[in-house]
Design a protein around this ligand. Sequence first.
Ligand code: GTP
Length: 594
Amino acid sequence: MQQDKIRNFSIIAHIDHGKSTLADRLIEFTGGVSEREKEDQLLDSMDIEKERGITIKAQSVRLEYKGHILNLIDTPGHVDFSYEVSKSLKSSEGALLVVDATQGVEAQTLANVYMAVENDLEIIPVINKIDLPSADPERVAEEIEQTIGIDASDAILVSAKTGIGIEELLDAIVERIPAPDGDPEAPPKALIYDSWFDNYLGAVCLVRVFDGSIKKNQEVLVMGTGKKHKVLDLYYPHPIKKLKTDEIKTGEIGVVVMGLKNVADIRVGDTITDAKNPANEPADEFEEAKSFVFAGIYPIDTDKYDDLRDALEKLQLNDASITFEPETSQALGFGFRVGFLGMLHMEVVKERLEREFGIELIATAPSVTYKVKLTDGEEMEISNPSELPPPNKIDKIYEPYVKATILTPNEFVGNLIQFLNEKRGVQTKMDYLSPERVLLEYEIPLNEIVTDFYDKLKTLTKGYASFDYEPIGYREGDLVKMDIRVAGEPVDALSVIVPRDKAERRGRELIKVMKELIPRQLFEVAIQASIGNKIIARETVKALRKDVTAKCYGGDISRKRKLLEKQKKGKKRMKAIGKVNIPQEAFLSVLKID
Ligand code: GTP
């Protein structure tokens, strides 16, 4: 294929604005997949993605249309994966900005569009869902012009559902998006913008070739790791078939198979070049994905420790952004401190550990990494609150901050400002995008966001606000460690780091939530929160009066068994701490407080 006939483009869209449906329709229209091969949503392939209806891993597909090759480069639609988004955009010359005609521009879309603009991509505004009666494409076009500052007069109006406007959109892709440039004679330079583990092929990666070409049997160098590998196979991405090829040329995208066992050898953002005749510099800067959120993960059944380690190692083959190291807790025994890119990433990994590997887990509340300067001048980083040294040894504590962008209907602004103040946010911007919609920017500690921030934001705004964040570095904080005792025993896995001036109130709330979650035992259980030696809150879980089976009068055996079984089930997700059974939810109580 001639280089000038290639078009590489990404789709940028807010969750639910119809990216997957549109991709599906483009594939169908260009004959990429027959009816028989069709699945519901072709591009979202992971189970969990399907269930949650969100795109996590980027997928790509090569389409043919009117003598051109159109490479659709899908991007993950969630804040946790913005590094991957940036590499997908880097691999494209154009982007479709998909906006729901009944909704308008959202925070997530904004962040990605700004990234696309910075990368000089040709942006085609696409207003989707125009089949809906409440669609208002004119208003949405105006909003696109105002918020993003691009001309939306030539926006393409489509319905990904019914197929209206799809042909016009394909023509616009061919006409408006430039062909890739790059020198076919230069040493090869291929950017890895996605990688995953295939059960048959091992770790494979998707690349965009910027210069030269990658050939079958070539010996290549992965610039970031410095390792050399042989190219065993090459194919073009397609949702169903493997379209084999002997060469991926300048401007093209393709999957490279090198017989690798571990995706850590081919991380997103790295560059592949020729081993003997390497490129001078990589296709793009390479940074290792950084964990922002950490949680202790422990098997409920202590015998499953080795299984948990095996499972984490297997997941890491697939997802190089997971980090883990062994950790011991007095309360929970042997487990791991696992690092994640963000909250959704954490949920997905926990779910996969339980579902795919069948290990029942107790997870501690998520934490960020703090930098601590000690009075003796030493510095340390901690991601487990129970490891914070005693106050007399601490000189300063620094915590990570993010810039949060929130888009909301103006009727909720008052409530939101109050909420963000409570979360220690500092406003840096407030813009009326239209009389109805407001953009808020805040600098806020990441620690306040790793709680159920997102759910609260949604509740406060009846689901209308959208939210995005990016890290902006560390700042000093006046923070203290709050310890929790259950029945007199300190439970290290329940310790949290809180701002000093909010410690008492948060302590009282935390204990109240826990009281509701810890089931009654045969004896009274005191729950206490303390800072240093000072108890700041206390509640009591009253003793249980009767044995659960007592009301069965010994008669109905099957009923009795059922009850016991039910009780056993209930126990499954509990961990015995001393004499008390503490359920999983209680470990996450801190997420429930304001
Ligand atoms: P993520 O994968 O989470 O990024 O979501 P998405 O943007 O891919 O959204 P998806 O394609 O899953 O569409 C979201 C919902 O909107 C689904 O219920 C679709 O059926 C619906 N939808 C998508 N396009 C249209 C359209 O043109 N018209 C109508 N009426 N509904 C649409």
